[in-house]
Design a protein around this ligand. Structure first.
Ligand code: SF4
Length: 363
């Protein structure tokens, strides 16, 4: 894996900066401001995306906020209209999902992913702007999806990984009825400065227990377990070198105002004297495909991050599994991009792989 691919696997679009919730671990700096994306930004993105989608059997546009549903059905429909041949995905906190939104998801063939951290008592961080628990509203949204027979994925943030928790969470998500589950160990990122140093043993024990629970009833695709098993299988088949993509996926995030942020959506909305606003251009002045064609030099931090990837390749035995993890985690933990290990990569890469192997050794 070298450099940055000129064509992404998917794009992330921010229809609004606003979120109706105020989760205590959220990284978003402008979630209290309603800055909506003008339709001309979506049109400009679609000019580059549509040819990529035409050449690909599955090209995704991921609508991610703020809370994308806050933009409203009429505006979201206008933003989606210029895209042809893409698969639309929405990442939502589910609190606004009702019959009308379910109808919208059907009409526009939208794949839905919801954010929920487990049963009510595990959702203490997910609160309304007034500080009230959001769980009941999340459940009402899930009930609407289920009533309408709309399949959904779930993203769960784990703020205190440890043995005993994974089994409870997995049982909850089996009951919830999601098809796919992603587990994000809480990250020290953006405006969330809480430490994510959870120690090796509890995190490994969490992952090992999650594999055990999943193996007992493998009805959900668990993103992290499937990645890990794919890697282990490839190592055993002596094909692990072919597992990472040949170049990094740029994962362009298009902010509400048309600015493009590469590799880490979490950098949008921040500034730094060394790195300016982290953006690589604006689709209102430069076509997205041109911005990506010059990705490696498009912002001052990108070459520094590529140097960090090379440092990982040289020094880390987990590189073949991890591929260097995310740019934003390096920045928000180290203050720069060319360091290597972060608490994030320990929690979500190193201890994940070790936890899965711990489980294999014990059985
Ligand atoms: S696990 Fe951490 S140090 Fe190792 S390759 Fe990934 S990001 Fe780099």
């Amino acid at each position: 894996m070298h450099g940055i691919a000129p064509i992404p696997g998917y794009v992330v679009i921010q229809p609004t900066t606003l979120c109706n919730l105020d989760c205590t671990y959220c990284y978003l700096p402008h979630r209290a401001l309603d800055r909506r994306m003008p339709v001309e930004v979506a049109r400009a993105v679609a000019e580059s995306v549509n040819p990529w989608a035409a050449a690909d059997t599955r090209f995704s546009v991921v609508w991610h906020g703020g809370e994308p549903l806050v933009a409203g059905r009429a505006h979201l429909a206008e933003l989606m209209a210029p895209f042809v041949g893409v698969e639309h995905h929405i990442q939502t906190n589910a609190t606004l999902v009702d019959d009308a939104w379910c109808e919208f998801f059907r009409t526009h063939d939208v794949r839905v992913s919801i954010s929920v951290d487990g049963p009510a008592e595990r959702n203490a961080a997910r609160v309304t702007r007034g500080g009230a628990p959001a769980y009941e509203r999340i459940r009402r949204g899930v009930d609407a999806l289920r009533r309408h027979g709309i399949g959904f994925s779930a993203l769960c943030v784990v703020s205190a990984p440890r043995a005993g928790l994974a089994r409870e969470l997995y049982g909850y998500f089996l009951d919830l009825g999601c098809d796919v589950l992603g587990i994000n160990i809480e990250e020290q990122e953006g405006v969330n400065s809480r430490s994510n140093d959870f120690g090796a043993d509890p995190v490994r024990a969490f992952w090992a227990e999650l594999v055990e629970a999943w193996r007992a009833e493998p009805r959900i695709h668990v993103r992290e377990i499937e990645w890990t098993l794919r890697y282990v299988e490839a190592v055993l088949a002596a094909s692990a070198d072919e597992l990472l993509p040949r170049a990094l996926d740029p994962i362009p995030t298009i902010a509400n105002d048309g600015r493009v942020f590469l590799l880490s959506p979490e950098l949008a909305g921040f500034t730094d004297p060394r790195y300016s606003d982290f953006s690589s251009g604006n689709v209102l002045t430069t076509p997205l495909h041109e911005i990506l064609g010059a990705a490696a030099e498009s912002a001052v931090w990108v070459p520094e991050y590529l140097a960090g990837i090379e440092a990982c390749r040289e020094s880390c035995p987990y590189f073949g599994f991890c591929g260097g993890a995310h740019a934003a985690n390096r920045y928000f933990e180290h203050g720069r991009f060319d360091g290597t290990e972060t608490n994030h990569c320990r929690n979500s890469k190193i201890h994940l792989l070790e936890g899965v192997l711990d489980h294999a050794r014990a059985h």
